[in-house]
Write a protein that binds this ligand. Structure first.
Ligand code: HEC
Ligand SMILES: [Cu+2]
Length: 354
């Protein structure tokens, strides 16, 4: 009869154990899906492409391993205790009660303290290595200014002003050309986060924060404002274009030219220059010198408009100028209420801003 009693008990345990196993398999599967994602549209911290992101990735693995081990041990002991000591019909007297064991108390104090110490020191090392890195010669400097709900990028040494799409050169580890970002805010708190390139750093009014990236592979890396900053926070997207050195130099050359004065769009230009547009937007070499909205001097060099909210196509441009809320409800650009003729002319002019 003994055999059947054991079988019954196993039956009770196997149910929960299978449940836990399925849960673990699911967690692992989700993790492997995240790490297998080579799609650039999925910004995964498990695919670092830059030194700060790399260090954070290493640290995350260490923390995951330690906490995972703790989870397995604690959960194993718990499952064991539940299985072995659950109430039975033939329960005898209470089990022995243990009070004031120095050994046990010492163990459960010292071991956690050691674990926390290891986690703390590993984290402090990574923070120090990232935050106290020196800006080497040849590094690119960019001032990043967070606005509701778009990003302004100013390259003080190159004389470039652009928005939402950051261009940086690829950084060969043997000849590093990192990009150092100085983070500022024009209004409220924002946070710059491109998971494959670096950790997130806030942009805070009246405060200067710094971060740097040294991307090892060319490509586009996406990110997003990671601090709730208002209505359109979710459409405050970020794109970092990591260019080869030649591509980057080419881009710099294009961006430092003043706005092209094209023929045939004089009417559109006149409409632009006599409308409130110029109070909020800059087009270098014209009367437009507003800084409330993105610099439009080289608008057409960007793939998207409105901080990644829409692809930069003529239709979207028109739709945007007519009714920004249609693309980004709550954006801080007013609907300009132009008639169809003016709108067409204006869009034709904007399309010459290469
Ligand atoms: C009151 C200020 C204001 C006025 C006036 C204004 N804009 Fe804007 N504009 C903005 C702001 C702010 C944004 C950024 C919105 C966002 O992405 O959330 C913007 C974005 C844009 C963009 C997208 C730029 C990009 O790279 O994402 C274009 C194009 C644009 N405006 C054109 C115009 C034109 C043309 C006019 C005049 C007909 C105009 N704007 C009038 C504030 C203004
Ligand atoms: Cu924001």
């Amino acid at each position: 009869m003994k055999g059947t009693k054991y079988e019954k008990e196993w039956g009770r345990v196997v149910g929960p154990v299978t449940g836990v196993l399925i849960l673990l398999v699911e967690v692992l599967l989700a993790a492997s899906l995240c790490s297998a994602a080579s799609n650039p549209a999925i910004p995964s911290i498990f695919e670092p492409e830059s030194t700060p992101a790399d260090s954070i990735y290493g640290l995350s693995l260490l923390v995951l391993a330690i906490t995972g081990l703790i989870f397995v041990i604690v959960f194993g002991l718990l499952a064991y205790a539940v299985a072995k000591f659950h109430r039975r019909s033939d329960d005898g007297p209470e089990p022995p009660q243990v009070y004031g064991s120095n050994q046990i108390e010492l163990a459960w104090t010292v071991i956690p303290v050691l674990i926390v110490l290891v986690l703390f020191m590993a984290t402090a090392r990574v923070i120090h290595a990232i935050q106290d890195a020196r800006m080497p010669d040849g590094a690119i400097a960019v001032n990043v200014i967070g606005h509701q709900f778009w990003w302004e990028f100013r390259y003080p040494t190159l004389g470039i002003v652009t928005a939402n799409e950051l261009h940086v050169p690829v950084s060969d580890p043997s000849h590093p050309t990192p990009t150092f970002l100085k983070l500022l805010s024009a209004d409220t708190d924002h946070s710059f986060w491109v998971p494959r390139l670096a950790g997130k750093t806030d942009l805070i009014p009246n405060r200067v924060n710094n971060m740097w990236i040294d991307p090892h592979e060319v490509g586009v890396y996406v990110g997003q404002c990671a601090q709730y900053c208002g209505m359109q926070h979710a459409k405050m997207l970020l794109r970092v274009y990591v260019d080869s050195r030649e591509q980057f130099d080419q881009w710099v050359q294009e961006e430092t030219k003043p706005a092209q004065s094209s023929d045939g769009v004089g009417e559109g230009r006149r409409i632009f220059e006599t409308t409130a547009c110029i109070n909020c937007h800059t087009v270098s070499g014209t009367v437009a010198d507003g800084r409330f909205g993105p610099d439009l001097t080289h608008l057409m060099s960007r793939d998207t408009i409105a901080s990644g909210a829409a692809p930069n196509t003529p239709e979207n441009l028109k739709m945007w100028i007519q009714d920004p809320d249609g693309i980004k409800p709550g954006s801080l650009m007013p609907a300009m209420k132009l008639n169809d003729h003016d709108l067409d002319a204006l869009t034709a002019y904007l399309e010459t801003l290469r």
